[in-house]
Design a protein around this ligand. Structure first.
Ligand code: SAM
Ligand code: SF4
Length: 266
């Protein structure tokens, strides 16, 4: 489907939960954010229905994100449901990797094609500090399990503060070269100030070429990460919410004063 600036929208990012087992400094406040209530969170049937409608309209690329998607109860059942939708050419997930060792094989068997894993440093202490408590060894074990399961290609998402020439970024890059992984450098962004940036090695942050729509964990279609605009599928109906989001997708992002990364999925 085309928006009014002639961009083809073919990519839907779905946040399946606002919850997370980590508290990364750039994503969530230490004490967490007020959590959505159970009834606000979309059911698998609702997520399936939105995805099916989006595919009918031209979406062929779907990414599952969060919060942390692997903490959503029954996530494998959802992957199976989505994998059965004809017309999805690319079904992927972004995860912090902590639970990946136990999930990788089942994710592959459920129909997931590939995976992105977040890793900003190779230093265990720094990793612990950035994620407020995460164990980097679990992520490394998750990467090995994902490779073994054939979730390919594996991409590493590395959030950087300044430049990809910083020591942490250079070490992550070398780790990726040594382990045959792709790497994308994401400049740390601030939704509220509208400080956003092009993702190096990826296709995010480039408004002119943006091909994305987002579905939040509580059922809002967002046409732009850096904009407050959102359309509620429960209030408006799925088709209507998708259509108006496409029609009103802004030419360029500005700022988003209402969402956090954890409920919109980055
Ligand atoms: N929990 C999963 C994870 O961390 O991979 C998926 C959700 S997370 C919100 C998706 C991506 O957004 C991660 O790669 C994360 O590093 C990135 N992210 C979170 N906050 C960010 C920020 N302030 N600026 C840039 N990227 C951010
Ligand atoms: Fe959780 Fe991912 Fe946000 Fe870190 S970036 S707090 S892992 S949702």
């Amino acid at each position: 489907m085309l928006d009014k600036y002639n961009r083809t929208l073919n990519y839907l990012r779905i946040s399946v939960t606002d919850r997370c087992n980590l508290r990364c400094t750039y994503c969530m406040p230490e004490g967490g954010v007020p959590m959505l209530s159970h009834s606000d969170i979309l059911s698998f049937e609702e997520i399936f229905a939105v995805t099916q409608e989006a595919v009918n309209m031209g979406i062929d690329k779907v990414r599952i994100t969060g919060g942390e998607p692997l903490v959503r109860k029954g996530i494998l059942a959802l992957i199976k449901m989505l994998a059965n939708i004809k017309g999805i050419k690319d079904l992927s997930m972004t995860t912090n990797g902590i639970f990946l060792e136990e999930f990788a094989e089942d994710l592959k068997n459920s129909g997931l094609h590939r995976i992105n894993i977040s890793l900003d440093t190779l230093d265990p202490e720094k990793f612990k500090a950035i994620t407020r408590g995460g164990d980097i060894n679990k992520v490394k074990a998750g990467i090995i399990a994902a490779k073994k399961a054939g979730l390919s290609p594996i991409k590493i998402n590395c959030v950087i503060n300044n430049s990809k020439e910083d020591d942490d970024a250079k070490q992550v890059k070398q780790f990726c070269i040594d382990n045959n992984l792709d790497v994308r450098f994401i400049h740390q962004m601030n939704l509220k100030t509208g400080h956003f940036a092009i993702v190096e090695g990826g296709d995010g942050g480039d408004c002119e070429r943006c091909n994305r729509l987002r579905l939040t964990a509580d059922g809002k279609i967002k046409p732009c990460l850096f904009n407050n605009m959102e359309f509620d599928i429960r209030k408006m109906g799925i088709k209507e919410a998708l259509q108006i989001a496409v029609n009103q997708k802004p030419e360029c992002g500005s700022f988003n004063g209402i969402n956090h990364f954890n409920n919109i999925g980055g």
